[in-house]
Structures are given as structure tokens and as C-alpha cells.
Design a protein around this ligand. Sequence first.
Ligand code: HEM
Length: 409
Amino acid sequence: MDIEAAASVFTDPRAYADNERFHAAAALLRRESPVHRVEHPNFAPFYAITRFEDVMAIARRSDVWINAPRPALGPKPKDGKAVDIPVRTLVQMDAPDHPVYRNISVDWFKPLGVRRLRGRVAELAKQYVDKMADLGGACDFSVDIAASYPLYVILSLLGLPEEDFPRMLKLTQEVFGANDADLARADEPDDTSMAALMEFFLYFQTLIHERRAHPTDDLGSVIANATIDGELIGELEAAGYYTLIATAGHDTTSAALAGGLHALLDHPAQRERLAADPSLVPTAFDEMVRWVSPVKQFMRTATRDTVVGGVAIAAGESVLLSYPSANRDADAFDQPDVFDVGRTPNRHLAFGAGVHYCLGTHLARLEGQALYAELMPRLTSVELAGAAEYVETLFVGGPKRLPIRYTLS
Ligand code: HEM
């Protein structure tokens, strides 16, 4: 593989569906060209940043590197006009707006805030493992378990009715899975994400009106009734907030859960170690998150001329932070290509870093640990029952199919 072929992984959704191809390419780039300029007809040029140290340094310098106007890699608009994104969320914001909007919900995501969901999450984890038992020894772990359990947690957090579950499931998958032919809307494949975002917006607009009229004790009401500089939050901003939480908190965690089980299937000795010692569940889940790195990239744009890893980058140019690559960097991790359920320390970048550091980290850990704490002691045997298939994506992804056979006690 030459360097240009390696760099094509960032613009080819199929590359993230092929872990071997991606990691071989990323290893080559880290070694040969860790700050690599990528030019492709469908994308504005950018630099791919593949080393841990460089990704971390950029993420921490929000005074130099901003999220707007290009927070993540997406196709260049066909007509040359900027895409009119209907919602503006935390990931599109920079200071001074970003800290103000992040503060609205930050307490709900701190360990103390997340603790109030502990009972509900444990109950859901048990329901889903019971569901595996009901499915009679075979299921698609991605579709039947990992795709919907985290969504139920988010619905509980926002206080949304459970009967809306199927609609929300479909919409979040369309927002994040739009590069995968299996998941895109058949009638409008190019505009899938945008159409799904619009539908989210309309759904949440109704919710805002309801929660303003009748506030309840949940994050949904906190957002709907938030004030900014003494003024009630705008509807567009509130809807954007819900959309971000519903989407960011769902597919990411699903990918970590399913990719995590796939890693355990590929590494039977690690699975046995985890089954024998439940105290390893917390480190095991973090290792799953590092291993899968469900979020493939976010971008930053330079506010002034600067230098990264010896490469000069001009003001206005963008960089792509490759989290899956940074998380396999041998300069940052001991034996990075080994899946180790007891890995300590494990300061991975799968949740990002700096002022945009994932808001849902504690919630994701609570969910992941609850599911594996429930599953491992009951899972007496498990094996793959077909090929695992990963989603084609440029943004968030893990296994879309993970057929397994198992026995549960
Ligand atoms: C394993 C699961 C998850 C992974 C891998 C993940 C990963 C990430 C990453 C990489 C970022 C960008 C960080 C940066 O730019 O430095 C992010 C941001 C964010 N995440 Fe997560 N996330 C996960 C789960 C969740 C959950 C459960 C929620 C909420 C319910 C959530 C909500 C958010 C929000 C709101 C942001 C934007 C924060 C900001 O821009 O200030 N995430 N996440």
C-alpha cells in the first residue's frame, strides 16, 4: 500500500467497514506521514492527523483550533453552495457560545447526575439479557441488543415516551448511517441525513412546547426551559440540543457494545478472563471503546497559521482528528494492537479531548458496564454464527451485523 492509497481510507466509507484495511493504512501514515494532506474531488482538502500526541495537542488548543465552520468531514456540496444545516449544536459551536450551551446540561452528565439513572439502566440491562435468553440461543447482537438498549437509556434521560422508540431508532440510524446503502433511505439516498435531521427537529419542536407548558423532572424539560442571557433558549437551539443528545448518545454506544462483543469473540482468552473476574468490567468496557473507537473523526479549523508535527498549516485550513488511529499509536499505548480487558492506564481518545470532550462519557460507561456486568456471568458459551459486518460510514460506526449462538444461564 502506498501513502496515497493509505490516505484514501478517510474519504472512503468502505474503509471503516474493514478494520484490517483501516488499521494497516493508519499505521503506515503514523509512521510515514502523520500530518498528511488529503485531496479528493468530493471533499475540500484537509490534513489527516493520525498520531495520538498531535490529535491531543490540537483538541486541547481550542484557542487555535475551532469547530466551526467544519466540525466533521462530510461531502462537498454538489452545487458549490454551503449546506444549510437546520440545527446548530454543541459540536458546531465555539466560544463564547459553546460553554454557555454546554453548561445547560453539564450537571446531568456528571457522575452525580448520571447516578440517578443507575437503577433504570441496570433494569434495562437485565431486560436485554433476558431478551437474549428469550431469543433461544441465537440472535444478531448488533440488531437485537446493541442497537436499541442505549436508545432506551437516552429516552429515559430526556423523558420521552417509550412508544416513540421505533421512530427514534430509525432516525438516529439514518443520521449516522447515511453512507451505508443498507441504512440509507431508498427514496432519497443523497439527502438521508438531512431529511432525518429535519424530522428530528419537527418531533422535538412539539416536545419543547409541551415541556414549556408542563415542565417535568428530566433533561428534556431542563433544555426546553433553559435561559441564555436572561432569554428563553431559541426553539432551533433547543431542538438541536435534543437531536445531538439523541444521536450522539445512541449509535456511538451501540457500536462500542457490539464491537466490544466482537472483540471478545475474537479473543477467547480475554473473554474467559473477564467472565472469571467481574471486577474487570470497567477496564474491559473502556478497552472496548478504545478498540472500536466508534467516532471515526471530528475536524478542527486553524484560526491562525500554525505548525503540527513539523508541518505548516495556514489559517483557515482544516485537520481531521483520527481517533481510531490515535488509539492504536504505539507511542501512547503499550502493545496497542493487543485487546486487553485489564488495560491500565488506558487514556484513549475515543471520547475526544479538550472543551468538546464527550459530554456522555459517564453515561456511556454506566450503560456499557451495566450490560457486560449482567451478561458475562450468565453467558456460559458464545460463538460467531456468521460473518460480522461493519457499517460503511465516514463518521460513527461499528458492527451492523453480529450473528451469535450462545447459552445463557
Ligand atoms: C461509547 C460511546 C461514545 C463515544 C465513543 C463518544 C464519542 C464522542 C466524541 C469523540 C466526541 C467529540 C469530542 C471532541 O470533539 O473532542 C463526543 C462529543 C459528544 N458526545 Fe459522545 N460519545 C459516546 C457516548 C455519548 C453519550 C452516551 C452521550 C449522551 C447521551 C454523548 C453525548 C455527546 C455530546 C453532547 C457531545 C458534544 C460535546 C461538545 O461538543 O461539547 N456521547 N462524543
